[in-house]
Ligand binder design. Structure first.
Ligand SMILES: O=C(O)CCC(=O)C(=O)O
Length: 426
């Protein structure tokens, strides 16, 4: 799609040249026919001029817009240029995928130990599915706590977030990623007017040696006013609406979980530390030419208190079984949401609830989207095992850490399983 733009601008410049030099060309052509040596020299210098003009016009075109005259082969072979294309120009891996490349560039080929070993996937097991239609029922609360202890991951149905809101946020995610690179580029960290909104490819492209096959828009919620000013207008309203509609679900989940920590209710104080800030990501995993050689998201655990994950019907999320080398697929269930415990709640519950390593594989046939809401403490909170848990006589397994330090530590390195939590271990 982009070459014709360059081609057109070259053609435009050349046509102008042709008009200006019309007489000169005619004269030279006559001379050439007569095979006069001097004129041959003239023709040569004219050719040289045209050549320089082409290079100049391409440079002008490239400078003013994101236009690429480089051949695809050279783009794919030059790692630096490829990284610029996907990371710095708003194309992302989606743009690369749309070039219909036949094989995965080296930049994305993950070391074997970072890929998911499919022979370790156990097809006969699955994470619990909990029906939340009667969430006041103590049995539902027990099921939530059991799942958080044994799996750290579970799916919920009849959770109260309307299907239309879910569908709207999925459509909004597609709409954002369908924007042209020049538009998306505005949300790259280097261009975004706020540090609370950023478009990223891979996890941390500045740090990742091998890039992950994912683009994501990350929005940290501060206020509606801030969102109205800075979040992309093509998806802002639907994302905000989804966040608002998830809040009561998040409270119900936390209310159930804290009961087992001997905290009878979600008051203002514990609400602030458990759900004082929210980040919502829109993830896009485009079709990948060699999905087996890379990852959508490398194995990691979340730094949240808990995460509410909306995935589309594609599938590809895998969860490590507790204390095991086995992995379990999280099959998409229409209208369901997937909940996982994050490191912050593992720390606050002194290890009772488990923040589990998970992984997304790339897909060779379908684009995939997902939308996680990361429910977090506030950056200024100091987190550690909650007093109610320690008062039961448990020995603290984790130190008190400033939450923003913990998050900074997570974002300093590439995904690497569950190693972030070592930062808080006693
Ligand atoms: O896309 C998914 O299913 C999971 C996404 C995820 O783990 C993340 O964004 O951290």
């Amino acid at each position: 799609m982009q070459i014709p733009k360059t081609f057109l601008s070259c053609l435009f410049v050349l046509t102008l040249d042709m008009i200006i030099f019309n007489k000169y060309i005619k004269k030279m052509f006559d001379c050439y026919i007569k095979a006069q040596t001097k004129c041959r020299c003239n023709l040569l210098s004219f050719q040289l001029f045209i050549h320089t003009r082409i290079i100049f016009s391409v440079k002008v075109a490239r400078g003013s817009r994101t236009i690429r005259f480089t051949s695809m082969a050279s783009l794919l072979q030059n790692t630096r240029e490829l990284k610029t294309f996907v990371v710095d120009e708003g194309h992302g891996v989606k743009g690369l995928s749309e070039l219909k490349i036949k094989s995965l560039p080296e930049l994305f080929i993950q070391p074997i130990e970072k890929r998911l070993d499919m022979s370790k996937v156990v097809p006969y097991e699955s994470i619990p599915v909990i029906d939340m239609s009667n969430s006041d029922d103590p049995k539902v609360g027990e099921a939530i706590c059991d799942a958080a202890e044994k799996w750290g991951f579970f799916q919920i149905i009849n959770h109260g977030v309307p299907l239309s809101i879910i569908d709207d946020v999925k459509d909004a995610t597609h709409r954002f990623f369908m924007l042209p690179p020049e538009e998306k580029k505005k949300y790259l960290f280097k261009n975004s007017p706020t540090k609370n909104v950023r478009l990223v490819t891979s996890f941390i492209p500045e740090v990742d040696t091998y890039l992950e096959w994912k683009d994501y828009l990350s929005c940290f919620y501060v206020s509606d006013d801030e969102a109205n000013s800075y979040w992309p207008s093509v998806c802002r309203d639907q994302v905000l609406e989804y966040l608002k509609n998830s809040e009561s679900l998040i409270k119900r989940l936390l209310e159930a979980l804290i009961k087992r920590l001997d905290i009878p209710k979600l008051d203002d104080k514990n609400k602030a530390i458990l759900m004082g800030s929210m980040r919502i990501n829109l993830n896009y995993y485009p079709v990948c030419p060699n999905p087996e050689l890379t990852v959508g998201v490398g194995g990691h655990s979340d730094v949240s208190t808990l995460t509410v994950l909306l995935q589309d019907e594609t599938g590809g999320l895998y969860v490590r079984k507790l204390d095991s080398e086995d992995w379990v697929h999280v099959p998409p269930i229409k209208g369901s949401l997937t909940i996982n415990i994050g490191d912050a709640l593992q720390i606050m519950s002194n290890g009772l609830y488990k923040s589990i390593e998970h992984h997304v594989v790339a897909n060779g046939n379908k684009n995939r989207i997902s939308v996680p809401i990361f429910v977090n403490p506030r950056p200024s909170d100091v987190i550690g095992p909650l007093p109610q848990v320690i008062n039961r006589g448990e020995k603290a397994l984790y130190k008190q850490v400033l939450y923003s330090d913990y998050v900074k530590h997570f974002y300093r390195k590439s995904h690497n399983g569950k190693d972030t939590i070592d930062f808080a271990k006693v």
